[in-house]
Design a protein around this ligand. Sequence first.
Ligand SMILES: NC(=O)c1ccc[n+]([C@@H]2O[C@H](COP(=O)([O-])OP(=O)(O)OC[C@H]3O[C@@H](n4cnc5c(N)ncnc54)[C@H](O)[C@@H]3O)[C@@H](O)[C@H]2O)c1
Length: 298
Amino acid sequence: MVIRAVDRGDSAGRANSLAPAPFIRPTNMNKGMEMSGRLNGKVALVTGGGRGIGEAIVRAFADEGAHVWVSDLDYRAAGAVAESLEVPASAARLDVRREEDWKAAMNAIRNGSGRLDVLVNNAGITGLETGNAPHDPEQCTLEDWRAVHRTNLDGVFLGCKHALQMMRPTGRGAIVNISSHSAMVGVPRAAAYASSKAGVRNHTKTVALWCASQGLEIRCNSIHPGPVLTPMWNPLLGEGAERDERMTEFARATPANRFANPSEIAAAAVLLASDEAAFMTGSELVIDGGLLAGPLNL
Ligand SMILES: NC(=O)c1ccc[n+]([C@@H]2O[C@H](COP(=O)([O-])OP(=O)(O)OC[C@H]3O[C@@H](n4cnc5c(N)ncnc54)[C@H](O)[C@@H]3O)[C@@H](O)[C@H]2O)c1
């Protein structure tokens, strides 16, 4: 999949305001294949699908028979993932912070697929991607605090809002919000990240209740991963020999004594997107290797 648009920013969330509106188009429509799976016939949009957990969710959804709209701030990465699938897929440039991008994406999906069944709000940043600016509660700048919330929380708010408007005509659908185990505990050196993920956890429940109160069969649930080995960790792990040492150190903090594989998070997203989870809404799935279960050595 190729999307032609001027790059307006990078995956760390820095935007170039001079760039034009996104250009989005469906692709791979010629790769027709008979499909049968737990998401057979569903149309799904995944944000931040260009790498990491989002990419794993895209691949798992495609394997289960969904038509996936792969979106990312990094539109080349989204396009490469969509193009690499063996089944029909589409790609879109979607900066989750920009409401006009959401509108354009929903229009493209409406015109290309006719409806939306599943949204996965996966795109997120820690705020620690670029540089060493402190993110503790004492020194974090207001600018950095807001930047993290714009992507992680405003992005989820906008995604839910526009997905609900898309899903209302059928009255059915599933929204999966990728939060974090950090939503439930404090994180001394990532204050904005923890706060934003707590906001996602809470907004998930509000959306679930709103849908129920409206008589809509639109479910909204959150997933709370512990450490998952993705490029998000690169700034913290560094490179070379030190990387292995740091990985061992981080892994030791988790009872399972390892990082999760992105596919282990994708498996939960498949469940929540599927009709198997028809009675699940407003709920939270913690997938953290035991991190939140309590102290290991008492
Ligand atoms: N990796 C972990 O340990 C972990 C743990 C808990 C929760 N999470 C959450 O899972 C989600 C995915 O994390 P990951 O580890 O795959 O991260 P990642 O950094 O590897 O990938 C994130 C993707 O999101 C995209 N993105 C960033 N800002 C965006 C924006 N404004 N609009 C659209 N796309 C944007 C990036 O381009 C990138 O492709 C995030 O919400 C993250 O907070 C990750």
